[in-house]
Structures are given as structure tokens and as C-alpha cells.
Design a binder for this molecule. Structure first.
Ligand code: PMP
Length: 430
């Protein structure tokens, strides 16, 4: 397999774009390769600039639950173009999308559209602070909520309350208002509440984490979060940017049977166009401008193209709920195949799966905590990734991302992937 064109393009890109990319993970640094440049995609397959074709498990990092260039999602898009693609005025379809989201996800009694997952979490945090008139936010190590300053913080070694920015440019002043607790460890949450309870505006969590690989929030843990936030007048914020309308029609809230106070969406709700949304209880959302005093706005928010695709996709999912059991069946097959393949090789593999979401870790320990995630061997994963790629299988170039299955992945795709896995594990272990 040759990557000449991609390498040429990467060299060119590096001169005018930081790291040659518009989002770091695309640089393939973690697997010590140059970026792949996509040329086109259809269904489960993506073709790069060198003409290599891959079965794609990145799926644009989540939005493409029906696969690439799906006609149901793109339906009518030329009519939108012809009618004008941005007005700076409201459109009827924005109401339809908000109504649809609200009907699928009852905790989102009101919805505000934004342009990315980051904007959604950033705005939800501002709203939580404005509504509660408190300053601190509690997040969990290993969860990613976008690149908003206040959430680019991880716990400092040893002490939960001395938190450090994970990016240059995030000041210590900002970081000090972000508390970081341990995922699936309720004691660490209690400790934060004991010390700072009346100051904590919101607890934000990926109920099923997708950004340290797939790690399921344990049911008792999620319900304990619901309880402690309620007791302390703190808002519980579900970041469902990945899980929203991927885990099921009612997201992680439905999976756990727990209603958050606020929720953040992205990815699936835009069908592949730049989009995000946040929503929540009417009383809280009523604090958002122009109704209330929490300011948040967007020139392109509720953009007709993005809303059109989002409506197409969510309506399709509503009409075809069997998609979710199909996705889960495929995920189970893949899980079984990946695990079975590992039995004949030297590399330890643990696969985590929740419904249609799954990821593999190169470790023999079970993975339910961030510390266990860290036992996974990223060097072996990098070798494994390349061996999969050379067989035409595009896994995420990072150990800490989930595999994004879509309805377009066929039995044949899965068979090829499972077969390639056996070879890749053998070769990566040599
Ligand atoms: N929250 C979660 C759970 C995410 O996975 C992501 C993106 N991977 C974000 C927020 C940020 O979304 P965006 O990249 O659209 O800003």
C-alpha cells in the first residue's frame, strides 16, 4: 500500500496549517505516520488520495451512524442550497428539529442549537454557573468535552483539588474552578462535594465514556451522581455528544433511566455537518438570552443545511429504530471476533462494548477506570493500527477512541475486519 500522494499533501499542508491539520487527531502522530488525505467516501468505505480503499471505523468520529454519503441523510439538500443556505433569521425547520430532539429526549424540554460539541459544553457550563450562581465545575479524568478552556483540565497527581491545565494558554485561574474526580469512583466525587459542595455549579460527565476508549459509567455510579447533585443544588450535565442518538433513540439518559438537568449534543444531530446543541429543563434553559441573562449566540447557529441533515437523520432513526439492535448485533460480532482473534496471538486484548459502541485495549486487565485504561500498551496499538491499515481496515489512529460502527457496515466488512485482526495481532506481536 502506497501513501505517496498523502505524504506529498501532508508536506504541503504542514507549511500552511499547524501540524498540517485542522484537528490534531488527524495528524496520525500517535501512530507515527503522516496524515491520510481522504478523497471520497461511500457507505462503510473511504478512499484516500492514493486510491487506497479502507473499511472505515472512524466514521467522521461519530456523526455518520448511517455511513458515508447516505441518500436518506442527504435527501433534499440541493433544495436547501437553491433556497439559500443562511439567512440570519429563524426558519421553521429549526423548530421541527428542536421538537424532534425534545420528543426523543424528554430531559431536553428546550433546545438551543450551536455549531460544535465544544460550543454545546461551553454554553451548558456557562448556563449552569449562571443558573446556580456558583463557580465550580466537576469533571472526570479521561472524559473529553471539547476544547473549552474550563474543561481542558486534569487532576494533578495526588490531590484531586489541585488541578492543572492540560493545555498551554489555559490559566491556573481558570483551572482552579474545575474540580477533577475519578470516573466510576463515587468516593472521589463525595470528597469534592465535602470540600466544595455549595460552590459546585455542575457535574459534567460522558455517561458512557468514549474518549478514553469506551468505558461504561457504572449504573450505581451514575445514579449516585444524580442523587448527590440533586441534594446539593448542583446541575447534572450529560455530555451526549457521542452517545446522543448513537446509544439509542433516547441516548444515555434512556439507557440509564436517568434524566440530567442539562444535556449536550453534537455529531449525529448534524448528520456530518458542523453542529451542536444543548438543552435541558425549561426552568434552567429560560435563563438563556434573550429570555434570561446568560448570553450565548451564533451567526450560523441553526444553519439551514445542518438542521436539514439533522432532521433527515433523526427522522430516519425514529422511523427505523431497528437500526440500534442491528448496530448492537454488529458490535457484538466484532467484539467476539476481536477477542477470539486475540486468543491465538501474544498480545493481550480487552474489548469494552456498550450497545453499539466498542473499543479495544491492549491489556489483559478489565478496563472500568481511567487507571486501567492507562495500562493499555499504546506502542503495540500503533503497530497493530498500521497492520490493520495495510489490510484495508481504518481503525482510529488512537488507542483512546472508540470504533464507530455504522448501519452501512456489512457482514462482509466485519468478516474482513475480523480476519485482518488475526494477522495484525500476530504481526504486531512479533
Ligand atoms: N464532547 C464529547 C463527548 C466529544 O466526544 C467531543 C468531540 N470528540 C466533544 C464534546 C467536542 O465536540 P466538537 O469536536 O464538535 O467540538
Amino acid at each position: 500500500m502506497k501513501f505517496d500522494r498523502s505524504e506529498e499533501l501532508f508536506e504541503r499542508a504542514e507549511k500552511v496549517m499547524p501540524g498540517g491539520v485542522n484537528s490534531p487527531v488527524r495528524a496520525f502522530k500517535s501512530v507515527e505516520m503522516t496524515a491520510l488525505f481522504a478523497k471520497s467516501a461511500s457507505g462503510s468505505k473511504i478512499t484516500d488520495e492514493d486510491g487506497n480503499v479502507y473499511i472505515d471505523y472512524i466514521s467522521s468520529w461519530g456523526p455518520l451512524i448511517l455511513g458515508h454519503a447516505n441518500p436518506e441523510v442527504h435527501k433534499g439538500v440541493m433544495d436547501v442550497f437553491e433556497g439559500g443556505i443562511s439567512y440570519g433569521l429563524s426558519t421553521k425547520k429549526e423548530i421541527e428539529l428542536a421538537e424532534l430532539i425534545s420528543s426523543m429526549y424528554p430531559a431536553a424540554q428546550m433546545v438551543r442549537m450551536v455549531n460544535s460539541g465544544t460550543e454545546a459544553t461551553m454554553s451548558a457550563i456557562r448556563l449552569a454557573r449562571g443558573y446556580t450562581e456558583r463557580s465550580k465545575i466537576l469533571k472526570f479524568e479521561g472524559c473529553y468535552h471539547g476544547h473549552f478552556d474550563g474543561l481542558l483540565v486534569k487532576s494533578g497527581s495526588g490531590a484531586l483539588t489541585f488541578n492543572i491545565p492540560t493545555s498551554k494558554g489555559v490559566t491556573e485561574d481558570i483551572a482552579k474552578d474545575t474540580l477533577v474526580a475519578t470516573y466510576n469512583d463515587f468516593k472521589s466525587v463525595e470528597k469534592c462535594f465535602e470540600e466544595f459542595g455549595p460552590e459546585i455549579a455542575g457535574v459534567i460527565i460522558e455517561p458512557v465514556a468514549g474518549n478514553m476508549g469506551v468505558v461504561e459509567g457504572e449504573r450505581e455510579f451514575i445514579s449516585a451522581l444524580r442523587k448527590i447533585t440533586r441534594e446539593n443544588g448542583t446541575l447534572l450535565i450529560f455530555d451526549e455528544v457521542i452517545t446522543g442518538f448513537r446509544l439509542g433513540l433516547d441516548g444515555a439518559a434512556g439507557y440509564y433511566g436517568i434524566e440530567p438537568d442539562l444535556v449536550c449534543f453534537g455529531k449525529v444531530i448534524g448528520g456530518g455537518l458542523p453542529v451542536g446543541a444543548y438543552g435541558g429543563k425549561r426552568e434552567i434553559m429560560s435563563e438563556v438570552a434573550p429570555l434570561g441573562d446568560v448570553y450565548q449566540a451564533g451567526t450560523l447557529s441553526g444553519n439551514p443545511l445542518a438542521v436539514h441533515l439533522g432532521l433527515n437523520l433523526l427522522s430516519y432513526l425514529n422511523r427505523n429504530p431497528q437500526i440500534y439492535s442491528q448496530l448492537e448485533d454488529r458490535a457484538i460480532r466484532l467484539e467476539e471476533g476481536l477477542v477470539e482473534g486475540a486468543k491465538s496471538g501474544k498480545i493481550p486484548v480487552t474489548v469494552n462494548r456498550v450497545k453499539g459502541m466498542l473499543s479495544m485495549f491492549m491489556t489483559d486487565s478489565p478496563v472500568t477506570t481511567f487507571a486501567q485504561v492507562m495500562t493499555s500498551d499504546t506502542k503495540i496499538y500503533a503497530r497493530y493500527f498500521k497492520k490493520m491499515l495495510s489490510q484495508g481496515i481504518l481503525f482510529p489512529p488512537s488507542q483512546y477512541e472508540g470504533l464507530f460502527l455504522s448501519a452501512a457496515h456489512t457482514d462482509e466488512d466485519l468478516n474482513l475486519t475480523i480476519k485482518a485482526n488475526v494477522n495484525a495481532l500476530r504481526l504486531a506481536g512479533e
